[in-house]
Design a protein around this ligand. Structure first.
Ligand SMILES: Nc1ncnc2c1ncn2[C@@H]1O[C@H](COP(=O)(O)OP(=O)(O)OP(=O)(O)O)[C@@H](O)[C@H]1O
Ligand SMILES: [Mg+2]
Length: 437
């Protein structure tokens, strides 16, 4: 439908069924017109050009038109440009849309649309993931109009699907950062106070053990109390590390030296059925970081233990070091923490183990999150790594696929190599007035 000569768009009744039909009919035109490129000059040339069609196209949204009665579905806009499907596709019923909504969102979206249709509402909106032709999912915000017959029966649902993937990612990133920050504050506060109590228990435990009257079973009981308090104290240290309140002793170290130094402990830790492969960088000037070497060692060992646990029947553990230039990155490539562009030293730890499911991927850095039944496990390994790496100005990234394995990447800011130790050439002169001893 085109507006007749001289007809004003403003003539359309503003709040009525006829206005909604007017919009819907104009959206239909887009599918025909989208085949013809509309130049800016064309759009300027005639004020009678289809205003709504142009506005719809300006949004870059996909538009779906579902005939609720017959089940027919057409895509007046964005089927190819946003969703990547071939315009000549024969998929033209609602089954196509249903098939491509993410299975995790279907159970929420389908009843919500059904409720809107059986009610009296003229609109429905919702956010869900939709599969593009290349198999990837985008997050869409659909805002739709429900056209009804005079008796209220729904006839058509016309929705515009806006790609909100980037916004959703940013939102998730912010939420995760805030959640980790809140966890850190809580854990740090509790750990700090708790540690004071434990120091008292440990101190008095020691005093009791040194009392002469405390012998035999009584002494054993006090030793048990002391040991439990010591374990609790180790736990609070991990919590303090997570909340970035642990005192670090940073020095400038070369990353390869850290890996080579812990080779032995690593081999002892992971057992015989796992092979270890190291790919260390060959940078001439070295790759230096400013960090507490004992803490970085602790992180790598934690990650190696996780890798071992993920490969109960054997596999391969790969350690890599490299320099990554993130100087030109304007947006943070990491999920949490403040990102400063620059050069980073990367330590990659990968295994060929069982990998993680989606739930584990979401929670893995949270303190006390563990999927291991073992009572000894506190679920603090990765939380500690998170705290130490962030306290050292770095970032962690995890990629994992179930059945294939996991890669944990530690990014630490690269720092210049320290100046070589000063070396004084012996002068050969005897110090004046000195005596040899
Ligand atoms: N390499 C890995 N492969 C598969 N899953 C992993 C891997 N690393 C961590 N995970 C998952 O993340 C969870 C949390 O790991 P984290 O190291 O924090 O705790 P944990 O290993 O369970 O216990 P703890 O480290 O305190 O002994 C694990 O329980 C596991 O589900
Ligand atoms: Mg662990």
């Amino acid at each position: 439908m085109r507006l007749d000569e001289g007809e004003q768009i403003t003539k359309t009744p503003p709040h009525s069924h006829s206005r909604e039909r007017f919009v819907a009919t104009h959206l239909e035109q887009i599918s025909d017109e989208s085949k013809t490129a509309l130049t800016l000059s064309e759009s300027h040339s005639s004020p009678r050009d289809d205003y709504f069609a142009i506005v719809a196209r300006a949004t870059n949204d996909a538009v779906r038109d579902w005939n609720v009665k017959s089940g027919a579905l057409s895509w007046p806009q964005g089927f190819d440009s946003l969703l990547g499907y071939d315009g000549s596709s024969t998929e033209c019923d609602i089954g196509f849309w249903q098939k491509n909504v993410h299975p995790g969102d279907c159970a929420r979206i389908a009843p919500s649309i059904r409720d809107a249709l059986v009610g009296t509402s003229a609109h429905w909106s919702g956010e869900y993931r939709f599969r593009r032709a290349d198999g990837t999912y985008i997050n869409v915000l659909e805002r739709s109009l429900i056209l009804r017959a005079a008796d209220g029966t729904p006839e058509r649902l016309i929705g515009s699907l806006m790609d909100v993937t980037a916004r959703k990612q940013l939102q998730d990133q912010l939420c995760r950062s805030q959640k980790m920050e809140a966890f850190g504050q809580l854990a740090g506060g509790v750990a700090h106070d708790f540690n004071n109590f434990l120091t008292t228990i440990l101190g008095y435990g020691d005093l009791l053990l040194h009392e002469r009257q405390i012998k035999g079973t009584l002494a054993d009981h006090v030793t048990e109390i002391r040991a439990a308090a010591a374990r609790a104290s180790a736990l609070t240290q991990q919590l303090l590390a997570f909340s970035r309140r642990q005192p670090l002793e940073p020095v400038i170290v070369e990353v390869n030296s850290i890996i080579t130094n812990l080779e032995r402990s690593l081999l002892r830790l992971i057992g015989e059925n796992i092979s270890v492969v190291c790919h260390l960088h060959h940078e001439k000037e070295g790759a230096h970081i400013k960090a507490d070497p004992s803490q970085i060692t602790q992180i790598i060992l934690n990650l190696a233990v996780n890798a071992r646990d993920a490969m109960p029947t054997g596999g391969q553990l790969t350690l890599e070091t490299a320099i990554v230039d993130l100087t030109k990155e304007t947006e943070s490539p990491f999920q949490c923490g403040d990102f400063v562009p620059g050069e980073y030293v990367l330590i990659n730890i990968s295994d060929t183990g069982i990998g993680m499911n989606d739930e584990a991927k979401v929670h893995l850095f949270e303190p006390f999150f563990t999927t291991k039944a073992d009572r000894e496990r506190s679920g603090l390994g990765l939380a500690t790594c998170y705290g130490i790496v962030h306290q050292s100005g770095g970032h962690l990234r995890v990629e994992s696929e179930q059945g294939k394995g996991t890669t944990v990447q530690i990014y630490l800011p690269r720092v210049p190599a320290p100046p070589p130790p000063s070396y004084k050439r012996p002068t050969g002169k005897k110090p004046r007035g000195g005596t040899e001893t």
